[in-house]
Design a binder for this molecule. Sequence first.
Ligand code: SF4
Length: 348
Amino acid sequence: MYYYDYYPFWAGFFYSLGIELVTSSPTNRGIMEAGLKKASDDTCLPIKVLVGHLQAFKGVDAVFIPRLVSVEQKTYLCPKILGLPESVLGAVPEGIPVLTLNVNMREGRRSFLKELEKFGVQLGKSRGQIHQALSEAYKWLRHYEYLRKEGWDFEESISCFDQIMDKSTGDRIKKADNNTGTDELSYPEQDNRPTIALVGHSYLTYENYSNMNLLQKLKQKANLKVIENVKLEEIEAQHMSLRKKIFWSHAKKIFGAGNSYVSNLEVDGIIYLSCFGCGTDSLINDILARNARISHKPYMVITLDEHTGEAGVVTRLEAFVDMIERRLNNETNLSSYGECLDRNSSIV
Ligand code: SF4
């Protein structure tokens, strides 16, 4: 589930321990259908996709499914992710053992290290080897986060890790170690196109099969902003407007980035990519939609499930971009029903 967030961390960890890491192939129709058949109807699309991926493994010695409880202080992950090692056990092909460990950063790094040491016993590795692997894992993660902020997409960013695992040298790793990585993620901008922000869970926005290549389609029509463009301090600051901080990790980022885009005059519209049956999305979407309405910011929700058709997504995307372009070209006109089209004004 957190592959797009933490794959380099675990890749670095296992690489340092001399354990070969195999990932399933990108999602395809077979994987999706296998997931739909096996997963509970009540669960959300990303979990169904995961169940499909698990069934695709053949010829591996073990499957690694970490239990992600909390990945930063004062936040938790969605209960469906907390219960993953047990809830998807039935999808793992017979005879393949499941390796798991708890990741609970609410209890601090020391407790995480202890958990890794226990995990190391299962892998037959010493404490020293685990400590070394942890430091390598953080190094890979920092490098990955730097590349994402530099504007590299997911595949480009992880290609250098794959090269390292293939035993070729990775000069680019050195570059990241010396860089604080504060530059913003940016795609080449064309001034005559609208700027649209896409927010949502990483396992939806970067999962090309599930979202029907939405990211690529959007990049063809508009200048794109994503969650990674918003600095962490800005995300935190956006929560000051709430009576209570959001304590789900992804939801916190989605709200912080989305709310920052609501008040960002350079952003012409916001798309929230959500999935049917997601509890956290239903809450965050409602808050963002209200704030967008107050600020007269065009806002659209695309809700994905296994029945979503590509034609429907494309039509909605085109209509949204057309509407924004017309607004940008005619915003000083008054509409026939008297609503002011000035995007920066709340005057009716
Ligand atoms: S946060 Fe939403 S999409 Fe993610 S696992 Fe939970 S219910 Fe599913």
